[in-house]
Design a binder for this molecule. Structure first.
Ligand code: LMR
Length: 394
């Protein structure tokens, strides 16, 4: 049987991670996988997470199963965090999932069940696992333009023109904030125009929000998602806790389905629970319990929000430092987009050959499409990266 397998293409982000590990150079710089790192290159366990874990360890009396949708308290806490009061709770079905990827996978499975002929539209570019899972599930897929290679901002005219091609019932995947891989984001005014277009076309939005709190702030980053949620009968929202709670390996995420009314919500809830059962039965609980503990305890929540703000401001400072350094070295404003981008990533906008040159000559690792993890930098490595960018003639 196993001889029938054929080698699969490696995930480019994970392949880069392995390559970095093998590199013996001590001054190498990892700007690959989207994991937050502090100034010493560590990915710390957040203070509130440590304290929540301590409490859970002390108080937990059972590891018996929760429910197929996970602990309902997690669903409530996450709905409030992401959606606030934009949609009534009676319209929101929710299941805990193994990370944001699990939420995306379950969302796509739900779409496959409910709308097997729908085409799923993705920004070009998008997180590479989006098209990978869609392809794996044998679903129809199309792309809309997103990134302007010249300005390194959003190609809004291209995006709107391409969305003219969507058919009624198609699904359009939108990044809630902090676009991965580009770092370029729609303004709220542009998002309103996208919403109007999707409404006119009868499309269903699927929002991937994996970096809430990494861009402009916890609430500011959710505004677009909330507007989308309140503008349609049906919206799917995949939210990840990996980054903003730093619980990557705990696999903590949620899929929410905004339904037209309470009856439709009940049907969606039952279907989501069924999908969990088919794929892995009960979702992981530990990370979800940590998140719920933090979100429902005012003291822990305040500490978590404060640490998340430190993280966010640290990334903004690195962005500014890099843009300033490149301005100084090139005597031009052409790298200012780095300070305008938001979230963990920026797409530098250069060729795979130049990216390889940065790796080979300077030990600087970024994804082949020139996506850089800004959080992989620190005050000392910013000037090194800036000089390498200039030396490589980018
Ligand atoms: C990334 O884009 O680097 C992260 O979302 C991690 C991953 O799973 O790819």
């Amino acid at each position: 049987m196993l001889e029938n397998l054929t080698a699969l293409p490696a995930d480019k982000i994970l392949a880069l991670m392995a390559k970095y590990k093998e590199d013996p150079r001590t001054d190498k710089v990892d700007l690959g996988v989207g994991v937050y790192k502090d100034a010493s290159g560590n990915t710390p366990v957040m203070r509130a997470v440590k304290e929540a874990e301590r409490r859970i360890l002390a108080d937990q009396t059972s590891k018996a199963y929760t429910g197929l949708a996970g602990d309902p308290a997690f669903g409530t806490a996450m709905r409030e965090l992401v959606l606030a009061d934009s949609v009534p709770a009676e319209r929101v079905a929710a299941v805990a999932t193994p990370g944001g990827t699990g939420a995306i996978r379950q969302a796509l499975e739900l779409i496959k069940m409910a709308a097997p002929d729908a085409t799923v539209w993705l920004s070009n570019p998008t997180w590479p696992n989006h098209p990978s899972i869609i392809k794996y599930l044998g679903m129809k897929m199309a792309e809309y333009r997103y990134f302007d290679e010249e300005t390194r901002g959003v190609d809004f005219d291209g995006l709107m023109a391409d969305l003219d091609g969507i058919a009624a019932g198609d699904v359009v995947l939108l990044h809630g904030c902090c676009h991965n891989p580009t770092g370029a984001n729609l303004t709220l005014d542009q998002m309103d125009q996208v919403i109007a277009k999707l409404q006119a076309k009868g499309a269903v939005p699927l929002v991937d929000i994996a970096y809430q709190g990494f861009g402009d702030g916890l609430d500011a980053d959710a505004v677009a998602t909330r507007r989308i949620a309140s503008s349609f009968d049906n919206v799917l929202i995949a939210a990840s806790c990996s980054k903003n709670f730093g619980v990557y390996r705990e696999r903590t995420g949620i899929l929410m389905a905004v339904a037209k009314d309470a009856d439709q919500k009940a049907l969606a809830q039952q279907t989501l629970a069924y999908l969990n059962r088919q794929n892995y039965s009960f979702p992981p609980d530990h990370g979800a319990r940590v998140v719920t503990t933090i979100l429902t305890d005012p003291e822990l929540r305040a500490d978590w929000e404060a640490e998340l703000e430190e993280t966010r401001n640290g990334m903004l400072a690195l962005r500014q430092q890099l843009a300033d350094e490149l301005k100084r070295l090139t005597n031009s404003d052409r790298f200012n987009f780095l300070a305008d981008h938001r979230g963990m990533f920026s797409r530098l906008g250069t060729s795979p050959e130049k990216v390889e040159q940065l790796r080979a000559e300077h030990g600087i690792y970024m994804v082949g499409d020139s996506r850089m993890n800004i959080a992989g930098l620190n005050a000392k490595t910013v000037p090194i990266l800036a000089k390498a960018i200039v030396d490589a003639g980018i």
